[in-house]
Ligand binder design. Structure first.
Ligand code: HEM
Length: 407
């Protein structure tokens, strides 16, 4: 009951609604729309059939003969998010096609114009983002059934069999497992404001428990994602046109801009979840300076604007970390550290995943085999464009430094 005195649940709910955060699925789009108005059938046909169209070499011709469609029939946020996902999938497939070095540097105006208009409306960049392929790319098979891998599917996939399903859904399920931690944030902040240690301690414990659950879910990646398919097939379709040698100038969006534009590829670094817990707990990722900070700040511009605003509002809120330190309570410090440790364990685990899915398959490439400039470039760089291991270790070390007591 103490929590009710600090911040009634109704007020907490309003705060979450304001920032487009769902109580059940957190930053994910709740119950994404699965169909667009029929006028967009030509887009949907391509997006639904990407693997077959790429396999048979017909993808680019299909895209080039698309009619120019206005976005005016896309009414409402969910319909616009679905269309952004559809156009994002088509764009990635058009640029990379079979991913073997035959790259397109110009996106035809019949797709570039509606895509850029829609992106502007949504405040998202005109490239496939995490908010598309993970947060808005899902459905429940049985709408009354659980949010479990078995009862869920993705709406759009890339070549590589079930690899995209595994990668997108496990990422989504990690987000969902951690969503109770997001739900409790308004309570945490209010407890700090009211100097209510008891409520704060309980809310932080909720967050720590949730992060443990998120780590359990993360482990499902081994079951559903094959490292070789991920590295050799799926990855290229998530890559962007920023810092890529084959698209060193970026992509020209014909009929929109006169010069090519550079955008980073889709990466879970665009997830608001980790960034928001960092900010909440005072883990100095986004303020510490250096290239990791710069990259994480840049990734915010690939998040839906409401979620960017949430991060900004957290940054201007009271400091949980300073309050915990100022109290000098052993119990409070312990539970705060449990939260930081939860983030640290997730990041350590993530490093192992990256070794298994990127570093090792890169080494296993047959010597003298597939050694296009593109493939060697993808080995050391993430789809978001980072120098992977250095970046991830920096982020992990910053998390570790936030622990108040050595674990
Ligand atoms: C096969 C599985 C995965 C691989 C190979 C992978 C790879 C990477 C890479 C290479 C980066 C560096 C940024 C970039 O340039 O893209 C990154 C960042 C990141 N990934 Fe993953 N990732 C995987 C799964 C996940 C999942 C399931 C999550 C959680 C939803 C996640 C969360 C993050 C976060 C939050 C970052 C930013 C760094 C941080 O805050 O720690 N990743 N990932």
């Amino acid at each position: 009951m103490a929590r009710e005195q600090v911040l009634p649940m109704d007020s907490a709910r309003k705060i979450l609604q304001e920032y487009h955060i769902d109580e059940d699925v957190g930053f994910a789009l709740p119950q994404p729309l699965e169909e667009l108005p029929h006028v967009y059938d030509a887009w949907v046909f391509i997006a639904k059939n990407l693997p077959a169209l790429i396999e048979t070499g017909r993808l680019r011709a299909e895209v080039e003969k698309l009619p120019v469609l206005s976005i005016s029939q896309l009414q409402g946020h969910k319909s616009q998010r679905l269309a952004h996902l559809v156009l994002g999938c088509i764009t990635m497939a058009y640029v990379w096609d079979r991913g073997a070095g035959d790259v397109r540097k110009v996106l035809p105006s019949n797709i570039a114009v509606p895509y850029c208009k829609l992106s502007e409306k949504l405040g998202l960049p005109p490239i496939l983002v995490y908010a598309d392929c993970v947060l808005a790319n899902w459905r429940r098979k049985d709408p009354t059934g659980p949010m479990s891998y078995e009862n869920m599917d993705i709406l759009f996939r890339f070549p590589g069999g079930d690899c995209s399903k595994g990668f997108f859904l496990v990422s989504l399920l990690v987000e969902i497992a951690a969503s109770p931690a997001i739900k409790v944030i308004p309570i945490v902040l209010s407890a700090v404001q009211h100097q209510d240690q008891d409520t704060l301690q309980k809310a932080l414990l909720d967050i720590a428990v949730c992060l443990k659950e998120a780590l359990n879910v993360f482990q499902e990646i081994h079951e559903y994602v094959d490292p070789s398919l991920f590295f050799n097939v799926l990855r290229v379709y998530l890559s962007g046109w920023k810092g890529r040698p084959q698209l060193s100038e970026g992509l020209l969006y014909e009929g929109v801009w006169d010069t090519p534009k550079k955008f980073a590829g889709s990466s879970a670094a665009q997830s608001s979840l980790f960034q928001c817990l960092d900010v909440l707990l005072g883990v100095a990722q986004s303020t510490g300076g250096g290239s990791a900070t710069e990259f994480l700040q840049e990734m915010r511009t690939y998040m839906p604007p409401a979620h960017q605003n949430f991060l900004r509002s957290l940054e201007s809120g009271p400091s949980v970390r300073e309050f915990v330190i100022s109290r000098g309570s052993d119990d409070l410090q312990k539970v705060y550290d449990k939260c930081v440790q939860g983030l640290l364990s997730l990041r350590n685990y993530h490093l192992q995943i990256v070794a298994k899915y990127i570093v090792i398959p890169a080494r296993q490439r047959p010597k003298g085999g597939h050694t296009s400039k593109e493939s060697t470039d993808l080995e050391g760089r993430g789809t978001g464009g980072t120098d992977i291991m250095n970046f991830l270790r920096t982020v992990r070390d910053t998390t570790q430094k936030a622990l108040l007591k050595d674990a």
